[in-house]
Design a protein around this ligand. Structure first.
Ligand SMILES: CC(=O)N[C@@H]([C@@H](O)[C@H](O)[C@H](O)CO)[C@@H](O)CC(=O)C(=O)O
Length: 309
């Protein structure tokens, strides 16, 4: 049993929860947290891409993590993504995260300006220093952040004892193997999370310890089953379920509206969990998108009947 086992498994990326006026709703954050506890997932990844973090204020992000912790403490592993567009706000969120007792904080690199690697490591280490008793997860998502985690930057970050994991959302699964091998060469234990949900089986096969994903929330049972099949070495069945999951994701992505708006409609339809829409400039649902969301909701139900029986 390793101290890092609490990070190994299925960790849904937490969705932004709004009321009917589009304000962050603490009550709905608590309801979504309870939903995940009831589903039996390992943890939650809060205030990341799926949490629409870049469209929220520091105060809103504090409110969100406070409400997650009010329900999740002792029941779920909680990773809070704290990166903002400047070090000061990120440091403030890191301090606050430690004060409410999260298991780990996470951060993308600074966005917009292309900064040298020494500035990126200084940014991450400043954030980590502000939460000296909290694990740190590097969030590698080059297609959105505009900066990739290179092996030289990774090696620099390995000097920080609090860096225990990479959440890898880059598309080459080979990156997972490289971070895992280099992480284990530098430390006794090291975790890599699979990012692209469509590649969960491939990511786990090449070394990921589990996954953090934006579509897990609408079908946590299917991802829990997928993880079980991978662990049991049932390659054929795992691939079959992965393909079925991918069809659902492709359907979700076929909407004109933002994928998270579709995800929230699926949650409302299948699980009676209402967490509002998405925040502009993300696109909310129009009539045609609602139909797509309902078709995807039906596909989730059919896949559960077929694969969980
Ligand atoms: C590029 C991107 O958004 N990747 C997602 C995936 O879960 C993605 O939504 C999924 O694979 C569907 O394409 C996650 O890696 C992001 C994530 O977990 C988060 O921070 O919310």
């Amino acid at each position: 049993m390793s101290r890092l086992d609490k990070y190994r498994g299925i960790i849904p990326a937490f969705y932004a929860c709004y009321d009917e006026e589009g304000n962050v709703s603490g009550e709905r954050v608590q309801a979504l947290t309870q939903y995940f506890i009831d589903k039996g997932v390992k943890g939650v990844y809060v205030n990341g891409s799926s949490g629409e973090c870049i469209y929220q204020s520091v105060e809103e992000r504090k409110l969100i993590i406070e409400n997650v912790m009010a329900v999740a403490k002792g029941k779920l592993t909680v990773i809070n993504h704290v990166a903002c567009n400047n070090t000061k706000d990120s440091v403030e969120l890191a301090k606050h995260s430690e004060s409410v007792g999260v298991d780990a904080i996470a951060s993308i690199p600074p966005i917009y300006f292309r900064l040298p690697e020494y500035s990126i490591s200084a940014y991450w280490n400043a954030i980590s220093d502000a939460a000296p008793n909290t694990d740190f997860v590097i969030y590698n998502i080059p297609q959105l952040a505009g900066t990739a985690l290179t092996m030289s930057l990774f090696a620099e970050m390995m000097k920080n004892p609090r860096v225990i994991a990479v959440k890898n959302s880059s598309m080459p699964t080979q990156d997972i193997q490289m971070f895992k091998s280099a992480g284990l060469a530098a430390k006794d234990d090291f975790v890599v999370f699979n990012g692209p949900d469509e590649q969960f089986v491939a990511g786990r096969a090449i070394g990921a310890d589990g996954g953090i994903g934006g579509t897990y929330g609408v079908m946590p049972e299917l991802f829990l089953k997928l993880n079980e099949l991978v662990e049991a070495g049932e390659k054929g069945q795992a691939c079959e379920l992965q393909y079925a999951i991918n069809e659902i994701i492709y359907k979700m992505c076929s909407s004109r509206a933002n994928m998270y708006a579709v995800a929230k409609e699926i949650l409302r339809t299948n699980d009676n969990v209402n967490i509002g829409g998405v925040r502009e400039p993300l696109e909310n649902l129009q009539e045609a998108d609602v139909m797509i969301a309902h078709e995807a909701a039906e596909m989730v139900k059919a896949a559960k009947e077929r694969y969980l029986a």
